[in-house]
Design a protein around this ligand. Structure first.
Ligand code: KIV
Length: 274
């Protein structure tokens, strides 16, 4: 679809609009954000979906995995983002340990996110094993996005961040989990780091949007972690990551110039004082 044909309406993006976008073949853009200032820039730049991802655990809090981030911390990030966003659909991740135990706990975690952040929907990781939790959250009228493939909250089970579902058994389970999530009412699914052919198959079999990260171009949309695509994080270069800027370089030279100006008493000058 050409840029000219894009749906650039100012009205709020909804889960229904995402399904319409899939139906007419318009790709969905999605990016993470965790704070007010960046969410404002990303929303005004025309992003369709903003994910308050639990990748905040890595890029904001400096943890090695997504596991340590708490529900309170996700709510803090969700609230900050929601104050900035006018157009994009905003999704908040339910963090590890807040929905896998039982469906009652899952519902109360999702309700807290919706009440305290005012976000549009939630995302959680897994298929058949979390069916009851997903169903109970959906029953309360909360839209749910699924997440299959490389699910970072299960990194201790996987042992590595390598491509998932290359083997037939895991691929079959992923396809059946995707169908299950659609059947029970999820509005979309993220597929992370799986073979492109498998992702394209899921996208063609399902009528809900499939958003890929490291899942090729045959899906209905793409998501990246904002700090990765802006070149803020370093030492992380998976094949799927395209860096659209090198903000680390930009920030470093700006900070170095400021330090230099302070040291040589060039800042502030006469016009910059009262
Ligand atoms: O937390 C996150 O940033 C995510 C994306 C990688 C999809 O779940």
């Amino acid at each position: 679809m050409s840029v000219a044909k894009r749906d650039l309406e100012d009205r709020k993006v909804t889960t229904h609009r995402l399904i319409e976008m899939k139906q007419r073949g318009e790709k969905i853009s999605m990016l993470t954000a965790y704070d007010y200032s960046m969410a404002k820039i990303i929303d005004e730049a025309g992003m369709d979906v903003i994910l308050v991802g639990d990748s905040a655990s890595n890029v904001m809090a400096g943890n090695v995995t997504t596991l340590p981030i708490t529900l309170d911390q996700m709510i803090y990030h969700g609230k900050s983002v929601m104050k900035a966003v006018k157009r994009a659909l905003v999704i908040v991740d339910l963090p590890f340990g807040t929905y896998q135990g039982n469906s009652k706990e899952a519902l109360s975690s999702a309700v807290r996110v919706m009440k305290e952040t005012h976000a549009d929907c939630i995302k959680l990781e897994g298929g058949a094993e979390i069916r009851e939790s997903v169903e109970r959250i959906l029953t309360a009228g909360i839209p749910v996005m699924g997440h299959l493939g490389l699910t970072p909250q299960s990194i201790n089970k996987f042992g590595t961040y390598t491509v998932r579902a290359k083997e037939e058994t895991e691929a079959n389970k992923l396809v059946s989990d995707a169908h299950l999530l659609e059947e029970i009412g999820c509005f979309a699914i993220v597929l992370e780091k799986i073979p492109a052919t498998l992702a394209a198959r899921v996208a063609s079999e399902l009528s809900i949007p499939i958003i890929g990260i490291g899942a090729g171009n045959g899906v209905d949309g793409q998501v990246l972690v904002m700090h990765d695509m802006l070149g803020i994080t370093e030492g992380f270069s998976p094949r799927f990551l395209r860096r659209y800027a090198n903000l680390k370089e930009v920030i470093t030279s700006a900070v170095q110039a400021y330090v230099e100006d302070v040291k040589r008493e060039d800042f502030p000058n006469e016009k910059e004082q009262y």
